[in-house]
Design a protein around this ligand. Structure first.
Ligand SMILES: [Fe+2]
Length: 127
């Protein structure tokens, strides 16, 4: 599993959704589950939007000063993900495309959680 406790932010709702995101990415990267890639990408695309929305609700409810900035990161990632999904839909399940999708999603998630979600969690827990 790509998720590890170092990625925990300490807000249970956010942590459980992050775990689910990584569980889905694990499926994408599992060679023995290649036939599940199209449905997993579809699920991931929808789940990411739901997760971001839930985070943004928490931001608004707690009057997080960086809410707009954070929402901008989410919006940009959704557009990156949609571009990757389009590439997958047109060029198919090629190895370079899958590597690009996996690397982009994993790296973005890890960086975003470690910096921006943790920053919010600290604010949220100390407010
Ligand atoms: Fe976030």
């Amino acid at each position: 599993m790509l998720w590890n406790t170092g990625l925990e932010v300490g807000v249970p709702q956010i942590d459980s959704q992050h775990k689910e995101l990584f569980r889905q990415v694990d499926i994408l990267m599992d060679n023995s589950k290649k036939d599940r890639i199209p449905e997993t990408l579809k699920f991931l695309g929808n789940y990411v939007v739901k997760h971001f929305t839930d985070e943004q609700v928490l931001h608004a409810a707690s009057k997080y000063p960086k809410a707009d900035l954070h929402k901008g990161y989410h919006t940009k990632f959704i557009s990156t993900f949609n571009d990757l999904k389009k590439e997958f839909d047109t060029s198919g399940q090629s190895l370079p495309t899958m590597l690009k999708i996996n690397n982009t999603v994993v790296n973005w998630l890890k960086d975003h959680i470690m910096v921006h979600d943790k920053e919010f969690a600290t604010y949220y827990k100390n407010r």
